[in-house]
Design a protein around this ligand. Structure first.
Ligand SMILES: *Cc1c(COP(=O)(O)O)cnc(C)c1O
Length: 424
């Protein structure tokens, strides 16, 4: 009963008992697990129960939890001082590493969260182009800046409505919300108002409406239109960067965005995020240019130590080949088990990210994703949780595999899934 007690107590001093909404299990129901420690592919809750973890802190734990090299780097950095508010060599090393691994990034600025990264990239795009309008896609999440908490309006080409209370409609009136993977709609929008569009921001592999991959046609059209109309193309790779491939989704699709937002993996579990791209654009940032952005803890030395060590570890030979293979094994295994049980289910994966869908076909848009069977997912979630497997507590989130999810871990997961699907 310890989880339940903690949850009740948490709700007295914290809204909903959690510091980020999805952790509250609202979507799946039941009691959130309070985590006490994590190691490799596992974490343990307050009742001492062990889970195979498939959220990996929502992506950062790509080398596994509490990797000895990362922990050691953090310990060493911490003894040298926690924060200086003045530059360090570690930040240079981090920037050099990011620029080396993601060639479209010529210059980069470190921040502390993905929300800051996308918000700042947006401001930069507007500052550099002198335009106000931005395009985002339904179902993509870019953090919780006002201009990005927007859902589609009622008609095509209508401006978006705030998706959160507290966001004035005035603040979102420049945000156009279009359908993911709809190249024609994007084309029509640019035709109508391309010269007013500061930027297009997209998750090139979407991971916040479950996993949905962009089609090459969609991203190629986006790249072409942005170039043609002088709009800035922003890839939000906060989730998929260093997760689907060493060079991010842009390396898989072979597309060079003008700006990229990074986060999650690059902090290795501590708060580091970044935005960067073309040097001529980045030159608009203060102190060189007029686009203001700053942060007391930006490039924090302890966080950078964790991030930098993680970025080194993911460059090991065969790291992504193996990560992708393990993730695919999980997705294919689950699909096979579900189909044998006669359940309408499919799964997809890319790099170390996977999606589970109670549908016959992998969805390609937010609307298609909304058609999948949420109740069936919730049943699976709880059956797996009881069996000791922690999936994302929502049908609309992606899952994550780490380098520590070896064959035995995947096999153990599939055994538990077999029991779960047998009850359908
Ligand atoms: C997680 C995420 C963000 C927000 O990052 P935070 O660090 O939670 O602020 C932005 N964009 C994408 C694609 C994300 O997955």
């Amino acid at each position: 009963m310890r989880n339940k007690e903690l949850f009740e107590r948490a709700q007295l001093t914290t809204p909903g008992g959690v510091n980020s909404p999805v952790r509250a299990f609202r979507s799946v129901g039941g009691t959130p697990r309070f985590i006490t420690r994590a190691e490799g592919p596992y974490f343990w809750d307050a009742e001492g129960k062990r889970y195979i973890d498939y959220i990996g802190s929502w992506g950062p734990a790509i080398v596994g939890h509490a990797h000895p090299a990362v922990v050691k780097a953090v310990q060493t950095a911490a003894t040298l001082g926690l924060s200086f508010g003045a530059p360090t060599e570690g930040e240079i090393l981090m920037a050099e590493e990011i620029c080396k691994l993601v060639p479209s990034i010529e210059q980069v600025r470190l921040v502390s969260s993905g929300t800051e990264a996308t918000m700042s990239a947006l401001r930069l795009a507007r500052g550099a182009t002198g335009r106000d309008k931005i395009i985002k896609f339904e179902g993509c999440y870019h953090g919780h800046a006002d201009a990005l908490l927007v859902k589609a309006g009622s008609g095509l080409l209508t401006l978006g409505n705030p998706s959160s209370s507290g966001v004035p409609a005035d603040f979102t009136k420049h945000t156009l919300v279009l359908d993911y993977n709809n190249a024609q709609q994007l084309e029509d929008t640019f035709k109508a108002m391309g010269d007013q569009i500061a930027c297009v921001i997209v998750e090139p592999v979407a991971g916040n409406m479950n996993l949905i991959k962009a089609t090459p046609e969609f991203l190629n059209t986006m790249r072409r239109l942005c170039t043609e109309y002088g709009s800035v193309l922003i890839f939000d790779e906060v989730m998929c960067g260093f997760r689907v491939a060493l060079g991010g989704a842009q390396s898989l699709y072979n597309i060079k965005p003008d700006l990229t937002a990074l986060g999650k993996v690059i902090g290795g579990g501590l708060p580091v995020a970044a935005f960067g791209g073309r040097a001529d654009l980045m030159a608009h940032m203060a102190p060189l240019g007029g686009v203001y952005q700053a942060g007391t803890l930006s490039g924090n030395p302890v966080a950078v130590a964790a991030g930098l060590t993680t970025l080194k570890l993911i460059q090991a030979d065969g790291f992504y080949t193996s990560l992708s293979a393990q993730t695919a094994k999980l997705a294919q295994g689950l699909t096979q088990i579900a189909q044998q049980a006669g359940v309408s289910f499919c799964a997809d994966s890319i790099g170390g990210m996977f999606g589970l869908y109670f549908a016959d076909q992998v969805p390609a848009s937010y609307a298609a994703m909304m058609q999948t069977d949420k109740d069936q997912f919730n049943r699976l979630f709880h059956a797996m949780l009881d069996g000791g497997v922690y999936l994302a507590p929502s049908a609309f989130e992606a899952g994550f595999v780490s380098a520590q999810h070896d064959d035995a871990i995947i096999a153990a997961t599939l055994d538990i899934a077999r029991t779960a699907f047998a009850q359908y």
